[in-house]
Design a protein around this ligand. Structure first.
Ligand code: ASP
Length: 297
């Protein structure tokens, strides 16, 4: 069986992120060549993407509404059902590597201060993920809130964010700044894995958890394939997007069709991207120009 590696840099990330996606795919291939399984490859790719300061995961993650706090989510899943995730983890360089360590515990998800303390206990050093790029994104987001986008919000997530901003900050705008990085892999033994990491959406309250660490929302993997999604987390989680696409694969739907159906579950105003790999092929689909890369061999 051929291996398949798909990576993405986030549905609204700059096209320059495509270089990192290609490098991340190379790292995943390196992990497979070194004898690693699909899971090790997906983790290697995602860790590489977290290190690109242009992308909203790991170093370069979005600042929360206060302009100081950074809370990150990450998750990994393998086709044998192993799942590990962290939510709202702070001050680590590679949240996906901490999520991978959760696999060794009896738990699926560690959150907040407990997740950060778990990372420290395992030797993950204190790291400030804030970058000038993230501060600029935050400044732009705040300016957009100040300018105000009016009350004609058309999707639920926009309404949620606008209401939150109004109630607590007296601002009003549509959320536009989000993004996740992620990877899906099939190895030559037919094992599948998915991994994802995000700084969340920029108009977020402290403690907000998106789709990434929720099983079946942002990622899913099983014997029929693996899926990773990017886009407004509340919208993705509400539809259990990754699991919905996986179920279509399990029913025999081709990966390209399953990916398109997944994106079509959302109104155009909601930016969505998915990576899908199954037994019969692979697909990348998005309703935006999402930076991504693919390696098959
Ligand atoms: N899904 C991520 C979140 O809501 C953001 C994104 O992928 O754009 O946390």
């Amino acid at each position: 069986m051929k291996y398949v590696i798909l990576t993405h840099g986030g549905v609204t990330a700059p096209q320059s992120g495509a270089e990192s996606c290609a490098r991340a795919a190379d790292d995943a291939l390196g992990a497979l060549d070194a004898g690693g399984e699909a899971l090790a490859a997906a983790i290697a790719a995602t860790a590489r993407l977290e290190d690109d300061p242009r992308l909203n995961a790991g170093t370069g993650s979005n600042l929360r509404l206060d302009g100081r706090t950074i809370e990150m989510d990450a998750a990994v899943m393998a086709s044998d059902g192993r799942f590990g995730a962290v939510a709202c983890i702070e001050r680590v360089k590679n949240p996906v590597l901490v999520a991978a360590k959760v696999l060794e515990t009896p738990h699926l998800l560690l959150a907040g201060a407990g997740a950060t303390a778990f990372a420290r206990r395992l030797g993950f050093a204190d790291h400030d993920p804030a970058t000038d790029e993230a501060r600029e994104r935050h400044a732009r987001a705040v300016a957009a809130l100040r300018d105000g986008a009016g009350d004609d919000q058309t999707d639920d997530a926009a309404r949620f964010h606008a209401l939150t901003a109004k109630r607590f900050w007296n601002f009003d705008a549509e959320p536009i700044e989000c993004d996740t990085v992620g990877a899906v892999v099939r190895d030559v033994h037919g094992r599948f894995a998915a991994a994802a990491s995000t700084g969340g959406s920029s108009y977020s309250l402290r403690g907000r958890v998106g789709d990434v660490p929720l099983t079946g929302a942002g990622i899913y993997a099983g014997p029929h394939g693996a899926v990773a999604a990017t886009g407004v987390g509340e919208e993705i989680a509400r539809r259990l997007l990754a699991r919905a696409i996986y179920d279509w694969l399990a029913d025999g739907v081709a990966p390209a069709r399953a990916a398109q159906r997944g994106v079509a579950m959302f109104p155009e105003v909601v930016a969505i991207g998915v990576l899908v790999v199954g037994r019969s092929g692979q697909a990348i689909a998005s309703n935006r120009n999402m930076p991504s890369a693919q390696l098959v061999g």
